[in-house]
Ligand binder design. Structure first.
Ligand SMILES: [Zn+2]
Length: 282
């Protein structure tokens, strides 16, 4: 081994790690070209260094793993956030749609209730006017009753008066105008129709809300609605007894509002959570 060989071997570790000066590196390379043994030694040392470095790399990868996991976690959060965003807009649109629908149902109901109360008020008015006339005279004021009939001729088929004695329990009819199955018209004291007093036999309406009756101590007043007015009466009856409550009408939009608020809450929470690392995730 030459003297040069000793110097080169001292320099080899620094040469491999690329730490020696340019002059030294050139010196090493020139020597390697001509010296078989040093060339072999360099080759050998490079292999050793590589195998030494191997675990170091995998150790570095191990160190990176937790950060990767965090990155995965936050990426998942970001996707979750996207899901929240889409869900929120869908829920919001559905809520608005349901609100619009419920408001139209509600305004329709308000309108129908008004019509229903008109029909109810009309019942009371007709009876009030009829009994006012019946109480003033000892005998029945036929003209007075005809005036009432004419006033409501668009709605009424007949207006009739019975003695209260023909019914066993008249108290049921004394509380106010009620829909009832018609009393047989052959027992009537007076029946008034479009063309005045009716004397021929009458077949009453078989529709159970087509006839209204009310009584005082002496008289029973019974009238029947015109066929063409029955639909209005039926609607009024339905609305009075079976109208949906405001809660029922607005149930769906209210439930959807709650769902939307929850989704919005979740979305905002997600946003706040990933905000500090948002820039790192792109
Ligand atoms: Zn040498």
């Amino acid at each position: 081994m030459k003297n040069e060989c000793y110097i080169v071997r001292d320099l080899l570790p620094s040469y491999i790690d690329q730490l020696c000066s340019e002059e030294s590196a050139r010196f090493v390379e020139q020597h390697i070209d001509i010296c078989e043994k040093c060339s072999q030694l360099l080759h050998q040392m490079r292999i050793e260094v590589d195998t030494e470095k191997q675990p170091e790399i995998s150790a570095r990868l191990e160190q990176k793993k937790p950060f990767q996991k965090i990155a995965y976690f936050f990426n998942a959060q970001k996707n979750f956030s996207k899901f929240f965003k889409i869900s929120f807009w869908i829920a919001l649109l559905a809520t608005l749609g349901f609100f619009v629908y419920s408001i139209s149902v509600f305004s329709n109901l308000v309108h129908e209730r008004k019509e229903s109360s008109i029909v109810e008020q009309q019942k009371k008015d007709i009876m009030k006017k009829a009994f006012a006339i019946l109480s003033t005279e000892a005998s029945i004021d036929e003209k007075g009753l005809q005036t009432i009939f004419d006033e409501y001729s668009g709605q009424l088929q007949h207006l009739s008066v019975f003695s209260s004695k023909i019914i066993n329990d008249v108290t049921r009819l004394q509380k106010g105008p009620i829909n009832t199955f018609p009393i047989d018209y052959s027992q009537a004291v007076l029946i008034i129709g479009e063309n005045g007093k009716i004397t021929e036999p009458i077949i009453p309406s078989d529709y159970d809300i087509g006839t209204v009756a009310m009584a005082n101590d002496r008289w029973i007043v019974q009238y029947e609605y015109k066929e063409s007015y029955l639909k209005t009466v039926e609607n009024a009856h339905q609305i009075k007894h079976y109208a949906p409550s405001i809660w029922t009408i607005f149930q769906l939009p209210i439930v959807f509002t709650i769902i939307t608020v929850f989704i919005l809450g979740g979305w905002l929470f997600q946003k706040r959570m990933i905000k500090p690392v948002e820039n790192l995730l792109d």
